[in-house]
Design a protein around this ligand. Structure first.
Ligand code: SF4
Ligand code: SF4
Length: 235
């Protein structure tokens, strides 16, 4: 048990050294979160991952002492991927960081769930589409979606994707037993700014002036009243 706790503390410190950080707290809630997401074995492997895309062989070079073969490592990584965390890179062409988030803890995904039409506020180049001819209405995609973008009205009815909510993250795709839900690219691609500095310039330009701030505050108030989610105010 003591050894298990150590691996989660090691993972917390490892994550805290990445671009976004994952600090220790007095309450230890970060360790509880990690235990909820990873088994001790997976936590050991996660300690060997970085924020960069890397081939399996490179990861195996670091994590080889934890698994019997590269094939086993691949299986374990696929298992971690199947847990369905949403990969969220910084909104720049050259990603400065990539978060792995679930809808229960991430502030961005949290506010997304509360807004009636979240895609009015951010951009996605993909959306999920369901093939209603093969969809069996099992609801696996509904469980996986972290932003409540897909629903099944009645058992065995085909799933329906809400295009106002779908961020095209693809987390639902590997969960489908009949390969009925897939990502579709939108016809007009929106390209993010090159660097964080460019992004901040664009954001500041949009926030300049009282009118722009009033418009944003007004929209949040109207959405809060419309949906009854008064916690939008905390953002
Ligand atoms: S692609 Fe869309 S429907 Fe699928 S999990 Fe992501 S947000 Fe939900
Ligand atoms: S997981 Fe696949 S089969 Fe099940 S409801 Fe979603 S799209 Fe349909």
């Amino acid at each position: 048990m003591e050894q298990d706790n150590q691996v989660y503390t090691r993972l917390q410190r490892h994550l805290d050294r990445q671009a976004v950080g994952f600090p220790a707290t007095r309450s230890g809630v970060e360790i509880k979160l990690l235990k909820h997401i990873f088994t001790p074995e997976e936590a050991g492997i996660a300690c060997c991952l970085s924020h960069k895309y890397e081939p399996l062989e490179t990861i195996f070079h670091r994590a080889g002492h934890l698994v019997a073969s590269a094939g086993e490592l691949e299986q374990r990584l696929e298992g971690i991927q199947k847990q369905g965390l949403v990969l969220q890179p910084s909104n720049t062409a050259k990603a400065a960081f990539i978060c792995s988030c679930c809808g229960c803890c991430c502030g961005m995904l949290g506010i997304h769930q509360d807004l009636p039409k979240p895609l009015e506020f951010w951009v996605a180049n993909f959306y999920a589409a369901v093939d209603s001819a093969t969809c069996e209405g099992c609801g696996a995609c509904v469980k996986r979606c972290q932003v409540a973008a897909v629903s099944v009205a009645a058992k065995k009815q085909p799933a329906v994707v809400d295009r106002n909510r779908c961020i095209g993250c693809g987390v639902c795709v590997p969960a489908c037993p009949t390969a009925s839900i897939n990502l579709v690219k939108k016809p007009a691609e929106v390209r993010p700014p090159q660097t964080r500095e460019d992004l901040h310039d664009i954001m500041m330009a949009g926030k300049k002036g009282r009118l722009a701030k009033l418009k944003l505050a007004g929209k949040l108030i109207v959405d809060s009243v419309r949906t009854g989610h008064m916690n939008l105010f905390k953002y």
